[in-house]
Design a protein around this ligand. Structure first.
Ligand code: PMP
Length: 357
């Protein structure tokens, strides 16, 4: 062994898949980056001003308890502040949840396809992933998921709206599901795209979190609030769960820039949600136009749409790339297309029309 051979790490980590980020379009075509479910609109002036104010203080550590933001958010969600835990993006909080609940020999249950971070979260903790296929209409099969619960199941992720299919879990089916799941198993509702939901029957995790101690709601400022670059998301959980997550979490992880930007975003929520409404209208326009072109796709309640193109996935991705648009292919399953500004969406529709004919 040479002095510069790599030291020994946990063998199980060698098999962990890398998270694949969305593709980047050619230079100068940033508005055509439709591969990462980002918000296409730049931050509001009030949010930029909050970040600027804080920029002169970055020699100091941030408030580790996220006090001001926690109070504003607790008020907004009408929950006690001790149920809130912040992290560097909701993906980081999801990782904490798996770490807190599952280890080798334990099972992490989720639908597939779903958010690609779940298998990584499970693998990193040495836990076993159990995947339950989506139904043919691309929705969660909650009956099959409840059937898949064993005495080793420690944590269940329900992604609603589901990334990448855009489909939601409905209130009534979630209530039935929670009745079947043991009360000591965490059920995480990953609601990264909740602000884009318009289905009146869709479940709202907060409703269930108030009455079920095992339900955790994960939300983020990255999507509707447009703060992806600052990395801030949060969980709403039972106070005992929240306390453990804070212990497991990285101290001072969430920067003061992110905390202040999030607080300013809550204060400017009306303006931000008006932008969300524009994106929802665009989503529905894109969905209708794709159907008109002959594509079959599920109703989406998120800021993206899903085309199950099977082995033609790469071909469609390339057709978009030729016009400068970066979309997100998933192997031989399908393509996820983020809804962007109208002109960017028109580019995808042009690619789709050309590809179809
Ligand atoms: N959950 C889902 C379902 C997502 O799609 C994403 C972002 N791709 C996240 C969580 C994480 O978002 P963030 O870490 O930026 O809060």
């Amino acid at each position: 062994m040479s002095r510069y051979d790599a030291p020994r790490l946990r063998a199980a980590l060698a098999a962990v898949p890398e998270y694949v980020p969305g593709r980047v379009p050619r230079q100068g075509c940033e508005n055509l980056k439709l591969s990462s479910n980002e918000n296409p609109y730049p931050p509001l002036p009030a949010v930029v001003a909050a970040v600027r104010r804080q920029a002169g203080r970055i020699n100091r550590y941030p408030d580790p308890a996220c006090t001001a933001l926690g109070e504003a958010l607790a008020d907004r969600l009408a929950v006690p502040a001790d149920r809130l835990v912040f992290g560097t993006g909701s993906v980081a909080v999801g990782r904490l949840l798996v770490r807190a609940a599952a280890g080798p020999g334990d099972e992490v249950l989720y639908a597939w396809r779903s958010f690609e971070a779940y298998p990584i979260m499970a693998d990193v903790c040495g836990a076993t992933s159990v995947r339950v296929p989506l139904r043919p209409d691309e929705t969660h099969d909650l009956d099959a998921m409840a059937d898949a619960v064993t005495d080793r199941t420690r944590i269940i992720f329900l992604c609603t709206p589901n990334n990448p299919t855009g489909t939601v879990v409905r209130r009534a089916e979630l209530a039935r599901f929670l009745d079947r799941v043991p009360a000591d198993v965490l059920v995480v509702l990953d609601e990264a795209y909740i602000e884009f939901v318009r289905d009146p029957e869709a479940a709202d995790g907060m409703e269930f979190q108030r009455t079920h101690g095992n339900v955790v709601v994960l939300r983020t400022f990255s999507k509707a609030y447009g703060l992806a670059g600052l990395r801030i998301g949060y969980a709403v959980a039972h106070p005992d769960v929240a306390a453990v997550l804070r212990k497991v979490g990285l101290p001072f992880g969430v920067s003061q820039l992110a905390q202040d930007a999030a607080t300013a975003s809550l204060a400017a929520e009306d303006e931000l949600l008006a932008r969300v409404e524009l994106l929802v209208k665009e989503r529905d326009r894109v969905t209708a136009a794709l159907r008109e072109l002959g594509f079959g796709l599920p109703d989406s309640d998120a800021n993206f749409v899903w085309l199950r193109l099977g082995d033609r996935t790469a071909e469609f991705t390339e057709a978009c790339a030729v016009l400068g648009a970066a979309v997100r292919p998933y192997g031989a399953d399908g393509v996820r297309i983020t809804v962007g500004e109208p002109s960017a969406n028109d580019t995808v529709l042009r690619a789709a029309a050309g590809w179809r004919h």
